[in-house]
Design a protein around this ligand. Structure first.
Ligand SMILES: NC(=O)c1ccc[n+]([C@@H]2O[C@H](COP(=O)([O-])OP(=O)(O)OC[C@H]3O[C@@H](n4cnc5c(N)ncnc54)[C@H](OP(=O)(O)O)[C@@H]3O)[C@@H](O)[C@H]2O)c1
Length: 345
């Protein structure tokens, strides 16, 4: 099999394709020959060496990748839900950038017929992130006002769709004009183009009483304002810090000064103020939740039901060959992409 391996933090050249013996599934595991692999912004963070769960669970060398689709090649003892040849997709804590993946049975699912292999590989990471944020941490009610930053990206489009499914007003923020249509296509009731419009003035117009939920993966530039724009009982969800990282730098290398400035300017929140203003803030990273089988199963079952009845549509994908992994990373780091990127084996 071939795997994309990173031996030490670096630019795109750090992504090396290497040969390994084919793996065999152990008891309870399934071996999958991959067809497509989802690319997430977090994979770039793994390459830079700033992704905490990669440090905690793997170290160096590491093969990035959280999601894949493909066909079952072999099953281990005790596997009951799958057989050789099944078209499946699933999640793994790293190691998906590979022609072969071995995972426990509960981490894969039958591929919906209406999804291509590329669409299926692009689905679980961002939709489980959105599901975990909106349904496993918050109790949504129809008519709630939700603000979604980076709304045309992978997680952003998933948040828009799920927010609309819960009958909420979903205001999407995009950083470039060409992303407006993608945000509308995935359900935004209103789109703010912060490259042309005053973000917070427009956000106030769209929800004059404030927001019930603000979802922020930007980090320092918007967290404080997001908190200030919550209505009482509102929640600020912090789940990423991409503004602290390079944007289309060319080399793909980390800018330590920019990251340090981000850390210095990261807002601190006061617990007593949260109590007095009746607002909350929480953060999460789903890569620390792989042992919580019940959360994954509940989320994926709900999502696949919505896929089956047409309430949730396939992600919008842009495909790259497996060998073009460096180009896929470069593209997502430009901050200009919409929807999801996938590698095709
Ligand atoms: N905590 C978790 O469990 C979890 C899980 C999945 C993803 N995430 C986080 O969620 C965010 C979105 O992930 P994704 O994979 O779906 O990516 P994505 O949204 O497809 O792409 C990232 C988007 O972030 C914005 N951005 C702002 N500053 C940027 C910079 N310096 N470099 C690149 N992009 C920048 C851009 O949109 P605009 O300019 O339109 O804002 C860009 O399109 C990332 O921060 C990721 O780490 C967290």
């Amino acid at each position: 099999m071939r795997k994309i391996v990173i031996h030490k933090p670096g630019g795109y050249e750090a992504l090396q394709i290497e040969n390994f013996p084919d793996p065999a599934p152990k008891s309870g595991q399934v071996l999958i020959e991959t067809v497509a692999i989802g690319v997430n912004y977090a994979d770039c963070c793994v390459r830079w060496g700033v992704y905490q769960s990669a440090k905690k669970y793997v170290g160096w060398p590491i093969t990035p990748g959280f999601e894949f689709s493909g066909r079952v090649l072999a099953i281990g003892d005790g596997v009951t839900r799958f057989k050789k040849g099944d078209a499946v997709f699933g999640v793994t804590r790293f190691d998906a950038y590979s022609t072969h993946v071995v995972v426990p049975e509960h981490q894969i699912f039958l591929k919906p017929e209406k999804f291509s292999f590329e669409e299926a590989a692009a689905f679980p990471a961002v939709y489980m992130t959105a599901y975990h944020a909106l349904f496993q941490n918050i109790r949504l009610h129809p008519g709630m006002d939700i603000l979604v930053h980076s709304a045309a990206g992978g997680v952003g489009t998933a948040l828009l769709q799920l927010g609309r499914l819960a009958k909420c007003n979903v205001v999407g923020v995009v950083g470039s004009t060409h992303k407006i249509q993608a945000a509308k296509d995935f359900g935004a009731t209103h789109v703010i183009d912060k490259s042309k419009q005053d973000l917070w003035r427009e956000a106030e117009k769209a929800a004059p009483n404030g927001y019930d939920v603000v979802l922020d993966a930007n980090g320092p530039p918007t967290l404080r304002d997001g908190y200030n724009h919550l209505k009482p009982t509102g929640r600020l969800v912090t789940y990423g810090y991409h503004t602290m990282l390079p944007k289309g730098s060319g080399s793909g290398r980390l800018n330590y000064l920019k990251a340090l400035w981000g850390l210095i300017t990261l807002p601190r929140f006061n617990a007593a103020d949260m109590c007095d203003s009746n607002k909350g803030i929480f953060g999460f990273n789903i890569s620390f939740l792989f042992d919580r089988h019940e959360l994954l199963t509940e989320g994926m079952e709900a999502l696949l039901k919505w896929v089956a009845d047409g309430s949730v549509k396939a992600p919008q994908v842009t495909s790259f060959k497996f060998e073009q992994v460096g180009e896929a990373h470069r593209r997502i780091e430009t901050g200009q992409t919409t929807g999801k990127l996938v590698l095709v084996v």
